[in-house]
Design a protein around this ligand. Structure first.
Ligand SMILES: NC(=O)c1ccc[n+]([C@@H]2O[C@H](COP(=O)([O-])OP(=O)(O)OC[C@H]3O[C@@H](n4cnc5c(N)ncnc54)[C@H](OP(=O)(O)O)[C@@H]3O)[C@@H](O)[C@H]2O)c1
Length: 229
């Protein structure tokens, strides 16, 4: 059984992945920005006995460094799931402020980079040696539909980070993939989205299981369909 660290595990897809991975017998380090408000995750930790909750803000270097220092375990699979979508419209959408750009780029691009950097030693000394970045099909340059500029750009950059990590870490035997979780009914995806968190999490965990040094650098969805980039 694996040890899996999942960022942004207090709600949404991250929470569902933590629940399913714990149910199959994995050990989970589940991060939340504010563990004091992560009631459902705390209940799940009590129920399963397989989840340790840690505080993490992926945009804060001190917080990332503290997580690395607190984590003694080797990490077989690092799931960089925490993400932010804060503006949706076309070019003139007033919500595309400089602050919105900063927040989304720090969360969706710098966040996975900083956590991968500081937890790399934990991944390297594990048997699993995998890093998964949850990106989005909205980051695909082939599917640029002219809206949600900061988010789309951030998710394209997240795939770029994954591809560069895959190249740099290949000689060290660490596999890295980027994933689209589907359009999922969460706070971010909304009630009208296509699939449940359970379906997305089940698919993603299966894709992470399938990730190997042969497939490192992959960008695919929760069903295993490759995404043109
Ligand atoms: N839902 C979809 O349809 C969809 C589609 C494509 C891609 N995705 C991607 O899938 C991932 C999960 O999405 P979701 O739908 O589950 O979103 P969600 O329900 O909005 O949950 C987002 C999670 O990320 C955490 N987070 C946000 N900013 C953070 C930060 N600075 N530091 C640490 N944690 C932070 C949130 O913590 P708080 O509770 O503290 O805010 C929360 O746990 C994201 O990367 C998202 O971009 C989602």
């Amino acid at each position: 059984m694996a040890t899996i660290l999942i960022t942004g595990a207090n709600r949404g897809i991250g929470f569902a992945m933590a629940r399913q991975a714990a149910a199959r017998g994995d050990t989970i380090i589940a991060t939340a920005r504010d563990p004091g408000k992560a009631g459902a995750l705390a209940d799940l930790a009590t129920e399963t006995g397989r989840i340790t909750i840690r505080a993490l803000d992926v945009t804060d270097e001190a917080s990332v460094a503290a997580l690395a220092a607190q984590t003694g375990e080797a990490i077989d699979l690092l799931v960089l799931n925490a993400g932010l979508l804060n503006s949706y419209g076309g070019l003139t959408d007033p919500n595309h402020s400089a602050e919105a750009w900063r927040d989304v780029l720090m969360t969706n691009v710098a966040g996975p980079f900083l956590v991968a950097r500081d937890l790399l030693a934990h991944v390297e000394r594990s048997a699993g040696r995998k890093i998964a970045i949850v990106s989005s099909v909205m980051g695909s340059n082939e599917r640029a539909s002219g809206n949600a500029y900061p988010y789309r750009a951030s998710k394209a950059a997240a795939v770029n980070v994954a591809r560069n990590l895959a190249t740099e870490l290949k000689p060290r035997g660490i596999a890295v993939g980027a994933y689209h979780p589907g359009w999922v009914r969460t706070d971010m995806g909304g009630n009208g989205a296509d699939i449940s968190v359970e379906e997305s999490a089940e698919g993603l965990l299966a894709r992470f299981d399938a990730l190997s040094m042969k497939t490192t650098g992959v960008f695919e969805d929760y069903r295993g369909d490759g995404i043109p980039f």
